[in-house]
Design a binder for this molecule. Sequence first.
Ligand SMILES: C[S@@+](CC[C@H](N)C(=O)[O-])C[C@H]1O[C@@H](n2cnc3c(N)ncnc32)[C@H](O)[C@@H]1O
Length: 216
Amino acid sequence: MKLVKTEDGSLTFFSEKYQEHYHSISGALEEAFEKHVKALGIKDGMKILDFCFGLGYNAIAATKGHKELEIFGLENDLTIIQKMIDLEVPDLLEPEYDNFRLLFEKMEITDENDNTIKLLIGEAWQNLGQFEDGFFERVFFDPFSPKKQPEMWSKKIFHKIYLKMKNGGKLSTYSCAKMIRENMKEVGFKVLDGPRVGRKSPATIAIKNNNTQNKK
Ligand SMILES: C[S@@+](CC[C@H](N)C(=O)[O-])C[C@H]1O[C@@H](n2cnc3c(N)ncnc32)[C@H](O)[C@@H]1O
C-alpha cells in the first residue's frame, strides 16, 4: 500500500485492490471533520456506527472534544488497522489518535473521556447483524466509491443500516451519486446535501425520518 500526503497535510493510503485512495486527496482529516463529524452534529454519549473504519479518522475525529461516545468500527482488513500503530498524524488530531493507535492489538479501547471505540472485523454488513434495531444515532458511511464497490451502496445495505438506526438518526457520506441517493430514498431515508468541501459537489446526509414508512 502506498502512503500519500493529502492537501491538508494528513496522510492516506492508495489501495492497489480498488485503485483508489482511502480518503479525498484534498484533505483526509478535513473530510473526517467536515463531511462526517461536524455534518452530523455529534453529541456526547451518542452511539455511532463507523461503517468502513480504515485508519479510523472519522471515529477518532468524533472523539475530539466529546465524551462517552460509543463507536463501533466495521472493517474487513486488518492490514489497514495495523497501519494506525505508527501513522504520522497532524497535531490537530494527534493526542486523540494516540489514544486509539493500538486498536489493532486490543480491538476495544476507552479513552480518558470515556469514549470507546470497538472494532468488529469481518464483512461489514454481516457484523451489523449483531446490533439490535434502532441502536445507532449516527453513521459514518465510508466504503470505497460507488464505481469501485457498487455492492456497498446497494438498497440491500442501506436497508440493513436503516433498520439499525434510531428514528431521527443521521448518516453521512462523501458521495452524492444519483444512484446512491435513489437507493437511500427507496429504503426510507430523507436525503439532503451535505457540506461542499474540497470539491464542487456536495456530500450527502441521510436521515431516518419518523414519518417515513420504510418501503423495502
Ligand atoms: C474509503 S476506506 C475508509 C476510510 C476510513 N473511514 C478512514 O477514516 O480511514 C474504505 C474501507 O472499507 C474497508 N472495506 C471495504 N469493503 C469492506 C467490507 N465489505 N466490509 C468491511 N470493510 C470493508 C476497506 O478495507 C477500507 O479500509
